[in-house]
Design a protein around this ligand. Structure first.
Ligand SMILES: O=C(O)c1ccccc1NCC(=O)[C@H](O)[C@H](O)COP(=O)(O)O
Length: 260
Protein backbone atom coordinates (compact mmCIF):
# COMPACT_ATOMS: atom_id res chain seq x y z
CA UNK A 1 0.00 0.00 0.00
CA UNK A 2 1.39 3.45 -0.92
CA UNK A 3 0.49 6.67 0.87
CA UNK A 4 -1.78 7.52 -2.09
CA UNK A 5 -3.64 4.21 -1.61
CA UNK A 6 -4.12 5.05 2.08
CA UNK A 7 -5.31 8.56 1.29
CA UNK A 8 -7.75 7.51 -1.45
CA UNK A 9 -9.20 4.69 0.67
CA UNK A 10 -9.81 7.23 3.43
CA UNK A 11 -11.27 9.73 0.93
CA UNK A 12 -13.87 7.26 -0.36
CA UNK A 13 -15.31 6.89 3.13
CA UNK A 14 -15.06 10.61 3.84
CA UNK A 15 -16.80 11.61 0.60
CA UNK A 16 -19.63 9.15 1.02
CA UNK A 17 -20.40 10.61 4.48
CA UNK A 18 -20.21 14.17 3.13
CA UNK A 19 -22.61 13.43 0.28
CA UNK A 20 -25.17 12.34 2.86
CA UNK A 21 -24.64 15.45 4.99
CA UNK A 22 -24.59 18.08 2.20
CA UNK A 23 -25.84 16.77 -1.14
CA UNK A 24 -24.81 18.47 -4.40
CA UNK A 25 -28.17 20.24 -4.72
CA UNK A 26 -27.35 22.08 -1.46
CA UNK A 27 -23.75 22.83 -2.49
CA UNK A 28 -25.17 24.48 -5.60
CA UNK A 29 -27.02 26.93 -3.36
CA UNK A 30 -23.87 28.10 -1.52
CA UNK A 31 -23.26 31.81 -2.30
CA UNK A 32 -19.74 31.17 -3.64
CA UNK A 33 -21.09 28.63 -6.13
CA UNK A 34 -22.15 31.60 -8.26
CA UNK A 35 -18.80 33.37 -7.91
CA UNK A 36 -16.97 34.35 -11.07
CA UNK A 37 -13.73 32.39 -11.02
CA UNK A 38 -10.26 33.66 -11.93
CA UNK A 39 -7.98 31.65 -14.17
CA UNK A 40 -4.84 30.35 -12.48
CA UNK A 41 -3.45 29.23 -15.85
CA UNK A 42 -3.84 32.73 -17.29
CA UNK A 43 -2.26 34.32 -14.21
CA UNK A 44 0.78 32.05 -14.63
CA UNK A 45 1.09 32.61 -18.37
CA UNK A 46 1.43 36.37 -17.92
CA UNK A 47 3.61 36.14 -14.81
CA UNK A 48 7.37 36.60 -14.70
CA UNK A 49 7.75 34.72 -11.42
CA UNK A 50 5.09 31.98 -11.56
CA UNK A 51 4.93 31.08 -7.89
CA UNK A 52 1.94 29.20 -6.50
CA UNK A 53 2.45 29.41 -2.74
CA UNK A 54 0.92 26.67 -0.63
CA UNK A 55 -0.68 26.70 2.80
CA UNK A 56 0.44 23.38 4.33
CA UNK A 57 0.30 22.69 8.08
CA UNK A 58 1.60 19.15 7.97
CA UNK A 59 2.27 16.35 5.53
CA UNK A 60 2.79 12.59 5.46
CA UNK A 61 6.46 13.11 4.52
CA UNK A 62 7.35 15.75 7.11
CA UNK A 63 4.69 15.46 9.83
CA UNK A 64 4.09 18.92 11.41
CA UNK A 65 5.53 21.72 9.26
CA UNK A 66 3.89 24.72 10.91
CA UNK A 67 0.76 24.69 13.05
CA UNK A 68 1.43 28.07 14.70
CA UNK A 69 0.88 30.58 11.90
CA UNK A 70 -2.64 31.74 11.08
CA UNK A 71 -3.98 31.10 7.60
CA UNK A 72 -5.10 34.70 6.84
CA UNK A 73 -1.61 35.97 7.68
CA UNK A 74 0.03 33.30 5.57
CA UNK A 75 -2.12 33.78 2.45
CA UNK A 76 -2.18 37.59 2.60
CA UNK A 77 1.61 37.49 3.07
CA UNK A 78 1.89 35.27 -0.01
CA UNK A 79 -0.24 37.63 -2.07
CA UNK A 80 1.77 40.67 -0.95
CA UNK A 81 4.97 38.77 -1.73
CA UNK A 82 3.86 38.49 -5.38
CA UNK A 83 2.59 34.89 -5.56
CA UNK A 84 0.38 34.37 -8.62
CA UNK A 85 -1.81 31.77 -6.98
CA UNK A 86 -2.49 30.23 -3.58
CA UNK A 87 -2.76 26.50 -3.02
CA UNK A 88 -4.87 25.49 -0.03
CA UNK A 89 -4.68 21.91 1.22
CA UNK A 90 -8.20 21.02 2.29
CA UNK A 91 -7.51 17.48 3.48
CA UNK A 92 -7.75 17.29 7.24
CA UNK A 93 -6.64 13.76 8.12
CA UNK A 94 -3.20 13.80 6.47
CA UNK A 95 -2.45 17.52 5.99
CA UNK A 96 -4.38 19.31 8.77
CA UNK A 97 -6.38 21.45 6.33
CA UNK A 98 -10.11 22.01 5.84
CA UNK A 99 -12.74 23.46 3.56
CA UNK A 100 -13.01 26.35 6.03
CA UNK A 101 -9.38 27.14 5.15
CA UNK A 102 -10.51 27.50 1.56
CA UNK A 103 -13.36 29.83 2.54
CA UNK A 104 -11.05 32.01 4.64
CA UNK A 105 -8.42 32.14 1.90
CA UNK A 106 -11.09 33.15 -0.61
CA UNK A 107 -12.18 36.02 1.64
CA UNK A 108 -8.58 37.13 2.24
CA UNK A 109 -6.91 37.22 -1.18
CA UNK A 110 -7.87 38.23 -4.68
CA UNK A 111 -5.47 36.01 -6.64
CA UNK A 112 -6.65 32.59 -7.93
CA UNK A 113 -6.96 29.78 -5.38
CA UNK A 114 -6.26 26.12 -6.05
CA UNK A 115 -8.12 23.54 -3.98
CA UNK A 116 -5.37 21.02 -3.18
CA UNK A 117 -7.24 17.81 -2.51
CA UNK A 118 -7.22 14.14 -3.42
CA UNK A 119 -10.20 14.13 -5.75
CA UNK A 120 -11.72 10.71 -6.32
CA UNK A 121 -15.37 11.71 -6.81
CA UNK A 122 -17.15 14.46 -8.81
CA UNK A 123 -18.77 15.55 -5.53
CA UNK A 124 -15.44 17.10 -4.46
CA UNK A 125 -15.42 19.26 -7.61
CA UNK A 126 -18.84 20.70 -6.71
CA UNK A 127 -17.50 21.22 -3.19
CA UNK A 128 -14.45 23.10 -4.52
CA UNK A 129 -16.74 25.45 -6.41
CA UNK A 130 -19.08 25.94 -3.43
CA UNK A 131 -16.19 26.82 -1.10
CA UNK A 132 -14.64 29.40 -3.42
CA UNK A 133 -11.87 27.64 -5.37
CA UNK A 134 -10.80 28.91 -8.79
CA UNK A 135 -8.93 25.74 -9.75
CA UNK A 136 -8.78 22.08 -8.79
CA UNK A 137 -6.06 19.45 -8.75
CA UNK A 138 -6.58 16.06 -10.38
CA UNK A 139 -3.95 13.42 -9.69
CA UNK A 140 -3.40 10.99 -12.57
CA UNK A 141 -2.19 8.27 -10.17
CA UNK A 142 -5.58 8.27 -8.38
CA UNK A 143 -7.89 8.23 -11.40
CA UNK A 144 -8.58 6.17 -14.55
CA UNK A 145 -8.32 7.77 -18.01
CA UNK A 146 -12.13 7.86 -18.21
CA UNK A 147 -12.41 9.54 -14.79
CA UNK A 148 -9.80 12.14 -15.78
CA UNK A 149 -11.84 12.92 -18.87
CA UNK A 150 -15.15 13.17 -16.99
CA UNK A 151 -13.78 15.08 -13.99
CA UNK A 152 -11.91 17.64 -16.10
CA UNK A 153 -15.04 18.15 -18.23
CA UNK A 154 -17.14 18.75 -15.12
CA UNK A 155 -14.58 21.19 -13.68
CA UNK A 156 -14.48 23.24 -16.87
CA UNK A 157 -18.28 23.29 -17.06
CA UNK A 158 -18.18 24.85 -13.56
CA UNK A 159 -15.54 27.34 -14.81
CA UNK A 160 -12.77 25.88 -12.68
CA UNK A 161 -9.25 25.57 -14.07
CA UNK A 162 -7.76 22.10 -14.00
CA UNK A 163 -4.23 21.26 -12.87
CA UNK A 164 -3.46 17.63 -13.67
CA UNK A 165 -0.60 16.11 -11.69
CA UNK A 166 1.65 13.39 -13.07
CA UNK A 167 4.68 11.49 -11.83
CA UNK A 168 5.76 9.62 -14.95
CA UNK A 169 5.31 9.25 -18.72
CA UNK A 170 2.50 6.71 -18.46
CA UNK A 171 0.44 9.06 -16.30
CA UNK A 172 1.25 11.97 -18.61
CA UNK A 173 0.02 10.11 -21.66
CA UNK A 174 -3.48 9.69 -20.20
CA UNK A 175 -3.55 13.33 -19.02
CA UNK A 176 -3.24 15.33 -22.24
CA UNK A 177 -6.95 16.14 -22.36
CA UNK A 178 -8.84 19.09 -23.88
CA UNK A 179 -10.27 20.33 -20.56
CA UNK A 180 -6.93 20.33 -18.75
CA UNK A 181 -5.24 23.74 -18.44
CA UNK A 182 -2.06 22.91 -16.57
CA UNK A 183 0.12 19.82 -16.25
CA UNK A 184 1.96 19.58 -12.94
CA UNK A 185 4.96 17.31 -12.64
CA UNK A 186 5.34 16.18 -9.05
CA UNK A 187 9.00 15.82 -8.14
CA UNK A 188 8.11 13.85 -4.99
CA UNK A 189 8.03 10.09 -5.28
CA UNK A 190 4.98 9.15 -3.25
CA UNK A 191 6.34 5.68 -2.49
CA UNK A 192 9.51 6.79 -0.70
CA UNK A 193 8.94 10.62 -0.50
CA UNK A 194 12.29 11.31 -2.19
CA UNK A 195 12.35 14.51 -4.22
CA UNK A 196 14.07 14.62 -7.61
CA UNK A 197 13.80 17.77 -9.75
CA UNK A 198 15.14 15.81 -12.75
CA UNK A 199 11.65 14.26 -13.12
CA UNK A 200 10.27 17.68 -14.15
CA UNK A 201 13.09 18.15 -16.64
CA UNK A 202 12.69 14.64 -18.06
CA UNK A 203 8.93 14.96 -18.63
CA UNK A 204 9.02 18.58 -19.84
CA UNK A 205 9.63 17.76 -23.49
CA UNK A 206 6.62 15.40 -23.57
CA UNK A 207 4.19 18.16 -22.48
CA UNK A 208 2.68 20.03 -25.46
CA UNK A 209 2.97 23.83 -25.40
CA UNK A 210 -0.78 24.42 -25.06
CA UNK A 211 -0.61 23.29 -21.41
CA UNK A 212 0.91 25.50 -18.72
CA UNK A 213 3.78 23.46 -17.27
CA UNK A 214 4.11 23.44 -13.51
CA UNK A 215 6.83 21.88 -11.41
CA UNK A 216 5.63 20.74 -7.99
CA UNK A 217 7.29 19.78 -4.71
CA UNK A 218 10.75 20.00 -3.20
CA UNK A 219 11.64 23.40 -4.69
CA UNK A 220 13.76 25.33 -2.20
CA UNK A 221 15.95 27.72 -4.18
CA UNK A 222 15.58 30.25 -6.96
CA UNK A 223 18.39 28.72 -9.03
CA UNK A 224 16.23 25.60 -9.49
CA UNK A 225 13.41 27.79 -10.81
CA UNK A 226 15.68 29.61 -13.24
CA UNK A 227 16.89 26.22 -14.48
CA UNK A 228 13.33 24.81 -14.77
CA UNK A 229 12.24 27.84 -16.78
CA UNK A 230 14.70 26.85 -19.50
CA UNK A 231 12.66 23.62 -19.80
CA UNK A 232 9.47 25.63 -20.38
CA UNK A 233 8.04 25.63 -16.83
CA UNK A 234 5.86 28.67 -16.06
CA UNK A 235 4.52 27.67 -12.66
CA UNK A 236 6.22 26.45 -9.48
CA UNK A 237 4.27 25.03 -6.56
CA UNK A 238 6.04 25.62 -3.25
CA UNK A 239 4.77 24.68 0.18
CA UNK A 240 7.21 23.46 2.79
CA UNK A 241 10.06 25.83 1.94
CA UNK A 242 7.82 28.79 2.91
CA UNK A 243 5.67 27.13 5.56
CA UNK A 244 8.55 25.79 7.65
CA UNK A 245 9.57 29.35 8.57
CA UNK A 246 8.12 31.62 11.26
CA UNK A 247 6.77 34.08 8.68
CA UNK A 248 5.94 32.26 5.41
CA UNK A 249 4.84 35.48 3.68
CA UNK A 250 8.16 37.21 4.35
CA UNK A 251 10.09 34.13 3.28
CA UNK A 252 8.07 34.01 0.06
CA UNK A 253 8.75 37.72 -0.54
CA UNK A 254 12.52 37.33 -0.21
CA UNK A 255 12.33 34.30 -2.54
CA UNK A 256 10.15 35.95 -5.19
CA UNK A 257 12.18 39.20 -5.12
CA UNK A 258 15.21 37.16 -6.23
CA UNK A 259 13.28 36.00 -9.31
CA UNK A 260 12.40 39.47 -10.59
O1 LIG B 1 3.93 16.55 0.84
C1 LIG B 1 3.77 15.34 1.06
O2 LIG B 1 4.36 14.72 1.96
C2 LIG B 1 2.77 14.55 0.27
C3 LIG B 1 2.60 13.21 0.53
C4 LIG B 1 1.67 12.47 -0.15
C5 LIG B 1 0.90 13.04 -1.14
C6 LIG B 1 1.07 14.40 -1.43
C7 LIG B 1 1.98 15.14 -0.74
N1 LIG B 1 2.14 16.49 -0.98
C8 LIG B 1 1.22 17.25 -1.75
C9 LIG B 1 1.89 18.19 -2.65
O3 LIG B 1 1.66 18.11 -3.83
C10 LIG B 1 2.82 19.22 -2.10
O4 LIG B 1 2.26 19.74 -0.94
C11 LIG B 1 3.14 20.37 -3.05
O5 LIG B 1 3.59 19.93 -4.26
C12 LIG B 1 4.20 21.29 -2.40
O6 LIG B 1 5.35 20.54 -2.12
P1 LIG B 1 6.49 21.09 -1.16
O7 LIG B 1 6.96 22.40 -1.71
O8 LIG B 1 7.56 20.06 -1.18
O9 LIG B 1 5.88 21.26 0.18
Amino acid sequence: MTILDNITTYKRKEVSAKKEAIPVRLLEKFPLFAKETKSLAEALRISTTGIIAEHKRRSPSKSVINDKVLLPEVVSGYELAGAKGISVLTDSNFFGGSLDDLLVAEKTVSIPILRKEFIIDPYQIYEAKAYGADAILLIAACLSAEELKQFSFLAKSLKLDVLLEVHNLEELQKSLLPNVDMIGVNNRNLKNFKVNIEISKKLSEEIPADFVKISESGISDTETIKDLRTYGFEGFLIGENFMKTENPGETAKAFIDKLR
